[in-house]
Design a protein around this ligand. Structure first.
Ligand code: BES
Ligand code: MN
Ligand code: ZN
Length: 508
């Protein structure tokens, strides 16, 4: 099932390739008739002919498939437009576009030509061979992973088998081989983390209850030899997790608090706390959501999935850093036992919360999630949550919204997001916004109304950070897509898995 990646010339086996991928920039296409061919003189001519007609312009993500008819030792060449000097995101996008063409061709064994222009252009040179390799590997693998429907007749799934990165010309030095290997390995591992997150998120609500999510986390922890606690509703009651229990009480499927411990650096007390919202289905509760589109709420555990995906990679890479992953998971249902508007909950931290809208449930479970992470020793906190619909009003699906109490920590998160190509946009957290969540009945209320909904939702969670550096990532607009784009499929995206990993391994 897993794709074999190699770097270097493969000699005589070349002829066995189903397809060859060649990234081309606009500049290269226009140059024409130079000494170095793109792939082969006649094929180059055909490609330039298409360009002259305005058909293939080497636009980013544009692909052109040309059958070689014996002129080249591969059945097809897939030309892919590449923005010159575009950095890792351009490479990831180009590789993703190539992957989609491979799927069309059902090409299983593939060569990726690494042209001198690809490798020598400044952005990529600055990127280094390892990051170039990682970006291309991620693009190929991420674009090929989509939701598998559960049908009576299972379709045979296309799977890529072999990818050989082959340098063209002489731009490569021997030392690069090691860097390419490392980059490929990292790209594969990161993609596996994302795939896990997507698969979990795509599971329907009847297959993924809080207990089932805990089961998946336990399986992963066992495989990677990570320490895990699964706190059940009785133990949660002993620990006074009023937020988690309140949200979970309306459902026959009881809530869980999942805690995974990774200790990679025993010499320090510093530890990352990664907290992921794990609402396995969000009906809204008594403040019931409208029917239209409610099925998308199977993805309301996208934050939990991102944290688990990141922990899978951390468990494999074993960086010298400490991480406490916390997943508060519950099913938000209306019932005779469910919380009601006006109810007051006492949270694990001791703070009280007036529930004015049972559909603002994420912040209730996350508050206890933060407290759990802090009591287990976390010293900096990052939470990931499909917290609001408002974030897609503000940013659409183009960026994850961020709220923070610490600009320095946010900068680290932002630079991780630049490396991963997952956009994050910081929203203001002026103290005045907090007035919106003051309550007459308790310390806080769980909704500040429509205005600045993403900010007040974030600030509610931040109230439970106990002054520790904290960043909140609202993936309400980015965890689930209506249609595929770039390296992201329709449905669950697994967004923030790679950003979390980049953040944590950078701190080593
Ligand atoms: N899970 C939803 C947010 C959401 C909605 C994410 C649609 C992705 C797509 C969250 O629990 C919620 O219902 N939020 C409310 C908050 C409001 C009641 C303050 C919202 O956004 O309407
Ligand atoms: Mn909700
Ligand atoms: Zn929700």
């Amino acid at each position: 099932m897993s794709v074999q990646f190699t770097y270097g010339v493969r000699g005589t086996e070349q002829a066995a390739n189903d397809a060859v991928i060649r990234f081309v920039s606009k500049k290269e296409l226009i140059q024409g008739g130079t000494a170095v061919p793109i792939v082969q003189p006649q094929i180059d001519e055909a490609l330039r002919g298409l360009n002259a007609k305005g058909l293939f312009k080497a636009e980013p993500e544009q692909t052109e498939i040309i059958a070689t008819l014996g002129l080249y030792p591969a059945a097809y060449i897939v030309f892919v437009g590449l923005e010159q000097d575009g950095g890792a995101t351009s490479l990831r996008l180009a590789a993703a576009a190539a992957a989609k063409a491979l799927k069309k061709l059902r090409a299983e064994t593939v060569q990726v030509l690494l042209s001198e222009s690809l490798l020598s252009c400044t952005a990529n040179a600055k990127l280094g061979a390892d990051r170039t390799a990682q970006a291309l590997t991620e693009g190929l693998l991420l674009a090929l992973h989509a939701r598998e429907p559960l049908k009576r007749e299972q379709n045979e799934r296309f799977s890529l088998k072999e990818v050989a990165f082959v340098p063209q010309g002489t731009a490569i030095t021997e030392g690069d081989a090691e860097l390419w290997k490392q980059g490929i390995a990292k790209g594969k591992l990161f993609a596996e983390g994302v795939h896990l997150a997507r698969d979990l998120t795509n599971l329907p609500g009847n297959d993924l209850t809080p207990e089932r999510l805990a089961y998946h986390a336990e399986e992963m922890a066992r495989e990677l030899d990570l320490e895990i606690e699964v706190i059940d509703e009785w133990s949660a009651a002993e620990q006074r997790m009023g937020g988690l229990l309140g949200v979970g009480q309306g459902s026959i499927n009881p809530p869980r608090m999942i805690v995974i411990h990774y200790k990679g650096d025993p010499s320090t007390e510093e530890a990352w706390g990664l907290i992921g919202k794990g609402i396995t289905f969000d009906t809204g509760g008594i403040s019931l959501k409208r029917a239209e589109g409610m099925q998308e709420m199977i993805s309301d555990m996208g934050g939990a999935a991102a944290v688990l995906g990141a922990m899978r990679v951390i468990g494999e890479l074993k960086p010298a850093i400490n991480v406490i992953a916390v997943i508060p998971t519950a099913e938000n249902m209306p019932s005779d036992r469910a919380i009601k508007p006006g109810d007051v909950l006492r949270m694990m931290s001791g703070h009280t919360v007036e529930v004015v809208n049972t559909d603002a449930e994420g912040r209730l479970v996350l508050a206890d999630g933060l407290t759990t992470a802090i009591t287990r020793g976390a010293t900096r906190l990052v939470d990931v949550a499909t917290l609001t619909g408002a974030v897609s009003v503000a940013l659409g699906s183009q960026a994850t919204g961020a709220v923070t109490n610490n600009d320095q920590l946010f900068k680290q998160v932002q630079s991780a997001s630049e490396r991963s190509g997952e956009r994050i946009w910081q929203l203001p957290s002026y103290p005045e916004y907090k007035k919106q969540i003051r309550s007459d009945a308790a310390d806080l209320k769980n909704s500040g109304g429509r205005e600045a909904g993403t900010i007040t939702g974030g600030l509610f969670i931040g109230h439970f950070a106990e002054g520790l550096p904290w960043v909140h990532l609202d993936i309400g607009g980015t965890a689930w897509l209506e249609s595929s784009r770039g390296w992201e499929p329709k449905g669950a995206t697994g967004v923030m898995v790679r950003t979390l990993i980049e953040l944590i391994i950078d701190q080593e």
